[in-house]
Design a protein around this ligand. Structure first.
Ligand code: UDP
Ligand code: MG
Length: 140
């Protein structure tokens, strides 16, 4: 199935100039970049994007962190894009993520783990709509 996934380059990676590296790894895995922008998320967008985590103890810290600095948001399309990108990212905690994964190689700690990727096709649809208008996505 051709799927779409929303990817965010988080502030810890932006700070270290790693946005290109992260986009490159996903492109090299055969995913097609169909939308990209830089933005500074406000608290309202952070709370909507991470709404499924509202009750978690880390919610306040996470939403403050993700809205602390400009980020890159991107949409990738490709065969099995959701799972493919989750595999490239590695597990949530960089200390446990495999070598060769984005988080394993670049992540700092469980919060500052460099990258977000949608966890299902349904989530991806909602997340993409939060960040991109229809005419900001390109089909070719
Ligand atoms: N997170 C955190 N503490 C935790 C678990 C997660 O700060 O104990 C942050 C981390 O940045 C993670 C995000 O919350 O990427 C969303 O958590 P989720 O469990 O959805 O992980 P993901 O899907 O990003 O791997
Ligand atoms: Mg998640």
């Amino acid at each position: 199935m051709i799927e779409r996934s929303l990817v965010l380059v988080k502030p810890d990676a932006m700070e270290r100039g790693l946005s290109g590296e992260i986009v490159k790894r996903i492109e090299e895995a055969g995913m097609t970049l169909i939308g990209i922008k830089m933005l500074h998320m406000d608290m309202a967008l952070a709370e909507r994007h991470y709404a499924p985590h509202r009750e978690k103890p880390f919610f306040k810290s996470l939403t403050s962190y993700i809205s602390s600095a400009p980020i890159v948001a991107a949409v990738f399309e490709g065969e099995g894009a959701v799972e493919r990108i989750r595999k490239l990212m590695g597990t949530t905690d960089p200390a446990k993520a495999a070598e060769g994964t984005i988080r394993g190689d670049l992540g700092i700690d469980i919060e500052h783990n460099s990258v977000h990727g949608s966890d299902s096709v349904e989530t991806a649809k909602n997340e993409i709509d939060l960040f991109f208008k229809k005419d900001e996505l390109f089909i070719y």
